[in-house]
Ligand binder design. Structure first.
Ligand code: SF4
Length: 458
């Protein structure tokens, strides 16, 4: 979406609405998962699902060293053999799960972490061949992996290609050395360039880089260099994340002193700079935090109103169920969400005892499904066709959501939302406030307000 960027940055509006809110990678959010959801319900959800297309997500929790900004579920270790033990258990889980999905075709596989590139070539080969043996991958399935550019050789890209990977995502974050030292993530920009060049030479379908704004010592001057470098890399997609400083929740973040961090105003300026610069370079602004070349399928999907959102962010694979494998991974199967145990030792114990590690989840009610559709449409397309919700769910939209439309009034009064007879349209000015607008349709929200369970929207 190329729009007048200055519209997004009405300071008074951003200040008025900059509360904390969910990123809505699912509705209901993971906070609503409960431990009464069990294996029987998961099997029921698989049987009742109306799709036979599947995305796989595999979580690799290990990292070689600790980045101080990190809020991910990971284990920092130099012991490569820990990954061998992990694979033993992961493969047991795969072997238990795969027979439940024999009617499914695998369209997509994503390895996330942690650091999936922590795995040696032999370990990766073992994992991928097990998955390919146990599941039916379609030809040209999308295989993607997150890469930490610090502990690998360029030849890793060749190895990934040989295993069938066609998409890579590299954690760049910021190229400034002072920023990198503060966050304990010193890495070579030149080497990242070599990795990207190799991926292009081997005709990978897509190269993504992650950036973070709001990091210690970041200024517009330093960040301009990072953004210019991204242009020089000529990547297909960019994910731009806001650093959420929550030292009481994430111990590593206590190493980042408050006085090193840009204040709220400076952080907003960094975000504005990133959006202006990247769209100025010709990237389309997708959803809340992604940028893609206009020819990229994410940008095309957004234009066609077919963008989808799941636990990995924006996607074009909205028709697929999602099976998460490995510690802490999340699944979205039929009308259910579920999550594996988050810590490694109890994960191993659960696999030993029952061959799976399902810990909690939720069977979606009719109301969850209706609200989930509304929130997803607004998050992805900034637009809602009330009639499509009415015919899909057999409701009268304005009656069903009478209460919610009242709470939407503040956005309508501020000219941010247009509530017409058959549509709800979000103004480009409200682009950065879409989470707040969606919160009006969230039936669980009242319980969580004032609890700081979510990051701020900006
Ligand atoms: S940011 Fe990535 S590489 Fe760094 S500690 Fe967290 S998961 Fe590991």
């Amino acid at each position: 979406m190329t729009a007048n960027i200055s519209h997004f940055f009405d300071k008074a509006l951003l200040a008025k609405y900059n509360t904390s809110g969910p990123r809505y990678t699912s509705y209901p959010t993971a906070l609503e998962f409960n431990d009464s959801f069990d294996e029987t319900q998961l099997i029921q959800a698989i049987e009742q699902s109306t799709t036979n297309e599947l995305s796989l997500y595999v979580h690799i929790p290990f990292c070689h060293s600790l980045c101080y900004y990190c809020g991910c579920n990971k284990i920092v270790t130099r012991h490569q053999d820990k990954a061998d033990v992990y694979l033993d258990y992961l493969i047991k889980e795969i072997e238990h799960r795969a027979p439940l999905f024999t009617q499914y075709h695998i369209r997509q596989l994503h390895l996330g972490g942690g650091t999936p590139s922590f795995l040696t070539d032999a370990q990766l080969t073992r994992l991928i061949s097990t998955l390919k043996e146990r599941f039916a991958f379609i030809e040209h399935a999308e295989l993607s992996i997150e890469i930490d550019p610090r502990e690998i050789e360029v030849s890793k890209i060749d190895e990934l290609k040989a295993l069938g990977f066609n998409r890579i995502s590299i954690g760049v974050q910021d190229i400034d050395s002072k920023v990198q030292e503060a966050i304990n993530r010193v890495q070579s920009t030149e080497f990242i360039g070599q990795l990207i060049a190799r991926a292009k030479a081997l005709a990978f379908d897509s190269v993504n880089v992650d950036l973070i704004y709001g990091l210690p010592h970041q200024t517009e001057e330093t960040f301009a260099k990072t953004l210019a470098q991204v242009k020089a890399f000529d990547v297909d997609r960019i994910s731009l994340f806001s650093y959420a400083h929550l030292p009481s929740r994430f111990a590593a973040q206590r190493k980042l002193r408050d006085e090193w961090l840009p204040n709220a105003d400076a952080k907003l300026s960094l975000m504005r700079q990133a959006i202006e610069t990247l769209t100025g370079y010709g990237y389309e602004f997708i959803g809340m935090d992604h940028f893609a070349k206009p020819s990229d399928e994410l940008a095309m999907a957004q234009k066609l109103g077919r963008l989808h959102r799941n636990f990995q962010g924006y996607t074009t694979k909205g028709e697929c169920d999602l099976l998460g494998l490995g510690v802490s991974s999340i699944s979205a199967i039929g009308n259910s969400f579920s999550q594996n145990i988050k810590d490694l030792t109890p994960y191993y114990q659960a696999i030993d005892e029952q061959d799976h590690a399902l810990e909690k989840g939720i069977a979606l009610s009719k109301d969850d499904l209706i609200r989930g559709d509304v929130i997803r449409e607004l998050m992805c397309n900034l637009f809602l066709d009330k009639q499509s919700i009415e015919s899909k769910h057999n409701i009268v939209f304005d009656e069903y959501f009478a209460q919610e439309l009242v709470s939407l009034q503040t956005f309508i009064d501020d000219g941010l939302v247009d509530n017409a007879e058959t549509t709800i349209m979000v103004s480009p000015r409200a682009r950065l406030l879409i989470r707040n607008i969606c919160m009006s349709f969230d039936a669980y929200m009242k319980r969580h307000l004032n609890q700081q369970r979510f990051s701020r929207v900006i």
